[in-house]
Structures are given as structure tokens and as C-alpha cells.
Design a protein around this ligand. Structure first.
Ligand SMILES: [Fe+2]
Length: 275
């Protein structure tokens, strides 16, 4: 089958999800959703899993990993008592990582290859990957969140990630690792406000119903209203991965259930081309 984005995903990483055995009850449905999402993704047999985490933060350049093997310890820098150093080991995909960077560069944006063997994953990358692919079956590429990029640039970079997939023949699952609303408050069990919950439900429904053009058009206003994580950059990149050109139909699915965590809204949503 030809290369392309076979799944465009939003999936959560709240640090309370990190260690399943000690996770509080209110994130259990999110963990279940991440496992179910992983089963669905792996059944679709992608060549590579690309994760764009809200906690892998870059200032000016777009970075992608180009190492053949990821190996290290995941520590949640903001909550080392919750995720204090868990070993991980996954294969990489240097060729596709470099192809992504070439396509981003062709758009005129600065890039850099992350080929450091000493690089350690942020927990926003590690949490979803450990549930999506617990046996490390899939090669993984991490892409940083670029602070100098606005939402439009993020969407265009999503298009570059898709183009690189088509050119290299890679069947790619792309995951934005972030929450939906992200108006954080102290208190792990706090829910988002009613208004932000309603906005999240409306946006998630656009994705699950495959109303991608509508989701893209509303996204800047929506993410501002819900105080999107990293300004909405990760979801903007995910939306940019989806080709909403004429004649292409999409369907989506939500996995598990929407959960609160310190005022944020968390759930796994996957979009794919309709059969
Ligand atoms: Fe986060």
C-alpha cells in the first residue's frame, strides 16, 4: 500500500497516567483508551509511529529524531515523584526522520536533526508510546513542538509530514500528545469548566464525524477558548497531517473516555480515511 498518514491521533499524557499501578481512578478510563487506541493502531500495521509531544519543546527550529535506536529513562521533569525514571528502548526511522526535515525545510522553516544518543524522552512522548506500543514493535520518531511557529505554520508542517510519508512510502500513525482543554488548576481531580467541556465535546465530535475542514476552520478560535496545551500547536500539526482535499472522506473514533486531570480534558481520538 502507498505511503501516507493512516492515522491522525490526539492522545493524552497526564503524568498521573504514567505508572498504571499507581494511577488514580479518575485517569483509568484514559489509560484504557490509550491501550485500545494502541491495539487499533497496531492492527492497521503502520511502518512508523510519529509522536509530537507538548513536552518536547524547541524554541526556533523544528527537530525530528533521526537516530536508529531510542534508549534511555523517562523522567517527568515537572513530576519526578510520579514518573521517576522508567527505562525505554524503541527502534527509530532515520530515513523518514530526515525526509520530514527536508520537507519542512522546503517550506522555508528552520530545522535540525536530533541524532543525539544522549537525548532522553520527555514524559509527554513516553506516556502515550508505552500504552500504544507496550512491546516496542513499531519504530518511533519524535518531533518537537516549535514555539516560534504559529498555528498556520504547524498545520503546514503537518502537511510536510504527510508529503514525506508519501514520498518515502511510509504508512504513518501520527500522534499529537496533548490534552484538549488545558486551563490548569491545582487539584488533580478538578474538571474543566462546563463551557470548556462543551467546546471540547463539540471539537471532538467534529473529529469523530470526519468533519475535518470544519475542525480546521474552527480550531484557532476553539483552542484559544479552551487554552489549548502549547497554544494548540500539537493538534494544529495533527490537523495539518489530514488531507481534507476534495473527495477525501474521513471517519474518527474516540477510545476510552474523556477524563479530567487538574482542570485539563484528556482522551484519545483517532481519524482515518473512510474505506
Ligand atoms: Fe502536558
Amino acid at each position: 500500500m502507498a505511503g501516507g498518514i493512516i492515522r491522525a491521533i490526539v492522545t493524552p499524557h497526564t503524568p498521573r497516567m504514567g505508572i498504571e499501578e499507581s494511577a488514580p481512578d479518575f485517569v483509568k478510563a484514559a489509560i484504557k483508551g490509550s491501550y485500545e487506541l494502541g491495539e487499533e493502531i497496531r492492527a492497521a500495521k503502520p511502518d512508523v509511529l510519529v509522536v509530537n509531544s507538548a513536552h518536547y519543546v524547541c524554541t526556533f527550529n523544528w527537530y525530528a529524531t533521526t537516530i536508529a535506536e531510542h534508549k534511555g529513562y523517562a523522567v517527568a521533569d515537572e513530576a519526578p515523584d510520579l514518573i521517576g525514571g522508567v527505562p525505554y528502548r524503541y527502534r527509530g526511522d532515520p530515513e523518514y526522520g530526515r525526509a520530514i526535515l527536508d520537507e519542512i525545510k522546503a517550506l522555508g522553516y528552520p530545522t535540525g536533526a536530533n541524532d543525539s544518543p544522549h537525548f532522553q524522552w520527555d514524559y509527554g512522548s513516553w506516556v502515550p508510546i508505552k500504552y500504544i506500543d507496550p512491546k516496542a514493535e513499531l519504530p518511533v520518531i519524535l518531533i518537537g513542538t516549535c514555539l516560534a511557529a504559529d498555528l498556520e505554520e504547524c498545520m503546514r508542517v503537518g502537511g510536510a509530514i504527510r508529503k514525506a510519508a508519501e514520498q518515502t512510502g511510509r504508512r504513518v500513525a501520527f500522534a499529537a500528545s496533548c490534552s484538549f482543554t488545558h486551563k490548569l488548576v491545582r487539584g488533580p481531580e478538578q474538571w474543566p469548566s462546563e463551557e470548556r467541556l462543551a467546546a471540547d465535546r463539540k471539537f471532538i465530535q467534529m473529529l469523530t464525524k470526519g468533519r475535518i475542514a470544519e475542525a480546521k476552520a474552527w480550531f484557532p478560535e476553539y483552542t484559544k477558548f479552551v487554552v489549548g496545551e502549547m497554544g494548540g500547536r500539537n493538534i494544529a500539526t495533527m490537523l495539518g497531517c489530514i488531507d481534507d482535499g476534495a473527495g477525501v472522506k474521513y471517519v474518527g473514533a474516540e477510545f476510552g473516555a474523556y477524563c479530567q486531570s487538574s482542570g485539563s480534558g484528556n482522551t484519545s481520538v483517532s481519524v482515518r480515511q473512510a474505506a
